[in-house]
Design a protein around this ligand. Structure first.
Ligand SMILES: [Fe+2]
Ligand SMILES: [Fe+2]
Length: 349
């Protein structure tokens, strides 16, 4: 049964709960738009849109309407978008109407109306995902962690997390996909890893009294430093050229070495913290040139992996239907995830 158009705008998460033949409308930011040609020579588009709830992939067939509603004066009699305007939609806010289809047993989202909106009235940056934790709260947590360190590392971390660098760190995503791929995601991930690493270090303190908590903290706060050069929000997370060809471990280590030199960090600290940056992915096949070789590096690498996997779990189960307990296969985490008891709690939804 075809559902009549909902008067309510749906977000990407709500869209994923619709059934075949349901129609929908929403406001999203275009993350990618690729023009292709079908078997009969007709053009179609593969589009990915984003909003604060996540991303959604969809198809746009040749009979879709492309409208220019960017001029508020002409809102009730829009022109058709030109080809040049269509190819320039990436990063812009659009109004969408569409319908869910069943394609070989899988739900497919077809957009049949795409309207370029006024970008001042619908600024793209406010329609893309960001951390659930407000930036001032994240920055307060960062300051409090740094204040808890001894003098030499405290001064070094204050120097690193200052000015334009801390502003860029606060804005950046932690990834383009898979984990914390939204504004302020790098800072949220970094703080969780650091707070978790401190707790692990405290748990091992009596059995391993040589563990230096300040080195754990510095290594954890700086482990993904290179991501401020690897990713940008424009306005959705994107990888930079430097990120693609040099990657965040090499970028972060080179920035760290320069800053450690400028700050006059002692040779011993410089190498121990540098070792954490280079080894934090835990395995050479995951991009680390060396494996964690100190208790401090093992702790940071473990906390980083835990935060990544926990995020994958949250992301995999968030759109499960009430009667589903097991997620689809999660490629980045190489497993399906289980939402224990989720179905019963949400049975009425
Ligand atoms: Fe990393
Ligand atoms: Fe990380």
């Amino acid at each position: 049964m075809t559902t009549s158009p909902s008067s309510r705008l749906l977000n990407t998460s709500e869209l994923k709960r619709l059934a075949a033949a349901d129609v929908f409308k929403g406001i999203f930011v275009v993350k990618s738009l690729i023009k292709k040609t079908d078997k009969n020579g007709r053009p179609y588009w593969e589009i990915t849109v984003s909003d604060t709830a996540g991303d959604l992939g969809a198809k746009i067939w040749s009979d879709a309407g492309w409208w220019d509603r960017s001029n508020l004066e002409l809102e009730n009699k829009p022109d058709m978008l030109t080809d040049a305007q269509v190819m320039d939609l990436k990063g812009k806010t659009v109004g969408i109407t569409g319908k869910v289809a069943d394609f070989r047993g899988q739900l497919q989202y077809n957009f049949n109306g795409i309207s370029l909106l006024n970008q001042s009235k619908f600024p793209p940056a406010s329609f893309v995902a960001h951390s659930d934790v407000p930036l001032p709260v994240l920055l307060q947590r960062l300051e409090s962690i740094i204040e808890g360190c001894g003098l030499e590392i405290r001064n070094f971390l204050k120097f690193v997390f200052s000015g334009e660098r801390v502003r860029a760190f606060g804005d950046a995503p932690a990834a383009v996909s898979n984990h914390h791929a939204y504004a302020h995601g790098l800072l949220e991930h970094t703080l969780t890893v650091t707070e978790c690493a401190k707790i692990i270090a405290a748990a091992y303190r009596d059995s391993y009294p040589s563990i230096d908590v300040d080195i754990v903290v510095a290594g954890a706060l700086l482990h993904d430093l290179g991501k401020i050069e690897s990713y940008s929000m424009s306005p959705t997370p994107e990888i930079t050229l430097a990120g693609a060809v040099l990657d965040h471990i090499a970028l972060g280590y080179s920035t760290y070495v320069r800053l450690a030199g400028e700050a006059g960090l002692s040779d011993s600290l410089r190498m121990q913290i540098g070792h954490i940056l280079l080894s934090h992915h835990g395995q050479k096949e995951f991009g680390s040139p060396v494996l964690p070789a100190t208790p401090e590096a093992l702790i940071v690498s473990s906390a980083d992996e835990l935060d990544f996997r926990l995020f994958c779990w949250k992301d995999a189960v968030k759109d499960l239907a009430p009667n589903q307990d097991i997620s689809l296969y999660h490629f980045a985490a190489q497993r399906r995830f289980w939402r224990t008891g989720g179905g019963e709690e949400k049975g009425e939804g």
